[in-house]
Design a protein. Structure first.
Lengths: 305, 280
């Protein structure tokens, strides 16, 4: 209730400024808000200097256990386009969109096309039930996402269409390169399995390149792993003489380390990519770079069963 | 055959270091909790473990925020709270559990605020709230063992004075025993025990390890020493069997341990009511 009234206030203030801007002929930049970092990078790659793209998730936060604060709602209430991941990754989203009550704000549900995409690639669809929300970890799907962002942005700002198209094409080429690089590097890899002491974020990636992800947590890191699961993974690691146990950025490496100590392995990081640390933001580490670092680490720790 | 199935039951505790560490730390903490619990329950301070654990939550959150050993900071915070609680009890004229009530909620509130500042470690915080027997480090095992030894030695050294004070505080004071110092000692030991117990059964349930075995022991024992022994027996059996059950049934260790302890308490309670044995 309070948020709603608050958002009305913000909106009316926003309207005043907007009309002033129109009167004085100020070219307003396209304002795009995204929920997670990869979507921010995709949107920024498309709009370039013609838009302001910002990400709700603050540096260092873990998306599954993060909730927006009042200042984030204010930011959303001024957005022309809100790009979110969907598939349950942002459980707070529906309530907030409802309370914002801005039917004319464009929204994009990134995971919405995943089921069809997946089915179209000869994978048996998961049918009903929840889909894995980690769609940004499929680099071909990411190219589709860039196209969908492009369509919306062109619709909002037709004058900049040419530039948007050029930039989108350039970024899609980079994604295609990344995809090709993964495929090439992993084709020659002798092992196919990796043990991940984080949550099962890399399902799409694993499927795409024929890998097997053995993760300690399920689709969200909020449910604690069970002792038997730890024991099972420890047995597997012992039997296959595993040298690397991966841990997840933003999830405590404690359990990965326990398994690693148990079997005499080392631990290495994998980035789910949904967010960056404050240091990575300062160093402007890109999503594409994170994914390349993942590949390098992965290649050190693939297990041949 | 019976032997075989017993072996399969305990086999995981032989094969996996993390389960061994959980068992070892759990058993020693259980002993410390049970011994302290008997004194605390008789003093009418059953809630102090609960209060100190909640205060320690602030320390855990701070430790995670600063990325420093959370258990160490929790320990410091809990000891400070313990001293303040005994100070409030002595100095303010408020009844015994008021200080506990104040500090447990203030500590928890502080923890929530600190957690919201960092925004990144909610998952790790859960491990402390509900216990995480899978991630007990060798250091934590050593801390638990030494703590249990310190508790037992302290109780042994001050035994008669502590018992005297527990049953008749005023006479103990009149006879020249520094009851306020003994209070502080007991509370600080409880703080340390509770903080170490947090990792095994979690902040929310650790006070059960202090209260339930002691209450069970006091149901049936004819004297103080037997109450202590029964409490230790209940606590160690609950932790040992609780961890076994937790592993084989895939249920949370904290819940299994506390429910078992309650089961033992219930059995003794019923037996006593039925006058099957009045006292041991």
């Amino acid at each position: 209730m309070k948020i709603k009234r608050f958002s009305y206030l913000i909106k009316s203030i926003g309207m005043v400024f907007l009309s002033l801007a129109c009167v004085f002929g100020v070219q307003a930049k396209l304002r795009i808000v995204t929920s997670i970092f990869p979507l921010e990078e995709f949107a920024a790659a498309v709009v370039g200097e013609r838009g302001d793209v910002s990400c709700l998730l603050p540096p260092g936060a873990e998306i599954h256990s993060w909730k927006p604060r009042p200042s984030d709602i204010v930011r959303l209430s001024g957005a022309d386009l809100f790009i979110y991941n969907g598939a349950g990754l942002e459980p707070w989203m529906e309530d907030i969109l409802r309370s914002l009550n801005r039917p004319r704000m464009k929204t994009l549900d990134a995971a919405a096309g995943m089921r069809e995409f997946h089915a179209g690639h000869g994978h048996e669809g998961h049918g009903h039930g929840d889909i894995d929300p980690h769609v940004w970890l499929d680099f071909e799907y990411d190219q589709i996402l860039v196209d969908r962002i492009l369509d919306l942005v062109v619709e909002l700002d037709p004058q900049g269409a040419d530039g948007y198209r050029l930039r989108a094409a350039a970024y899609k080429a980079e994604l295609a390169d990344l995809d090709e690089f993964y495929r090439e590097s992993l084709k020659s890899a002798r092992g196919k399995t990796f043990i991940f002491g984080g949550h099962a974020a890399f399902g799409y990636l694993a499927e795409r390149y024929g890998l097997r992800q053995m993760s300690l947590y399920g689709l969200s890191p909020n449910a604690r792993p069970k002792p038997k699961q730890m024991a099972g993974i420890t047995d597997f690691a012992r039997k296959n003489n595993v040298k690397v146990i991966f841990f997840e950025q933003f999830v405590s490496p404690e359990l990965a380390r326990v398994i690693a100590d148990e079997v005499g392995a080392e631990i290495r990081v994998l980035y789910p990519g949904a967010n960056r640390t404050a240091a990575q933001v300062r160093e402007r580490v890109s999503f594409l770079q994170l994914m390349r670092m993942n590949l390098e680490n992965l290649c050190h720790g693939l297990i041949r069963e | 055959m019976g032997n075989m199935s017993f072996l399969t039951l305990i086999d995981p505790f032989i094969r996996y270091g993390f389960l061994q560490r959980a068992l070892l730390a759990g058993l020693f903490i259980a002993v410390a909790c049970a011994v302290l619990g008997v004194f605390l329950v008789l003093r009418g301070e059953s809630m102090i473990g609960h209060g100190l654990a909640h205060t320690a939550f602030a320390g855990v959150a701070l430790g995670l925020l600063l990325d420093m050993f959370p258990l160490g900071i929790a320990l410091a915070v809990a000891i400070m709270a313990a001293l303040l609680i005994s100070r409030i009890k002595e100095g303010s004229g408020l009844s015994g559990d008021t200080g506990i009530a104040i500090f447990s909620s203030v500590g928890f509130a502080l923890g929530i605020v600190i957690a919201s500042l960092a925004r990144g470690f909610n998952v790790d915080l859960f491990a402390y709230l509900f216990g995480e027997i899978l991630a007990i480090s060798p250091l934590e095992v050593w801390l638990s063992v030494s703590l249990a030894l310190v508790v037992l030695m302290t109780i042994f050294l001050f035994y008669s004075r502590l018992v005297y004070m527990t049953f008749d505080r005023e006479s103990a004071r009149a006879s020249g025993i520094r009851v306020d110092r003994l209070d502080a000692l007991l509370t600080v030991l409880t703080a340390v025990t509770v903080v170490l117990g947090m990792k095994v059964v979690g902040i929310i349930l650790v006070s059960a390890l202090v209260v339930l075995p002691a209450a069970a022991g006091l149901q049936v024992a004819s004297n103080f020493k037997k109450a202590l022994m029964f409490a230790v027996l209940n606590a160690t059996m609950s932790v040992g069997l609780g961890l076994l059950l937790s592993y084989h049934l895939d249920i949370p260790a904290s819940g299994a341990v506390v429910l078992l302890s309650f089961l033992f308490f219930g059995i003794l309670f019923v037996l006593r009511k039925a006058r099957i044995f009045r006292s041991f």
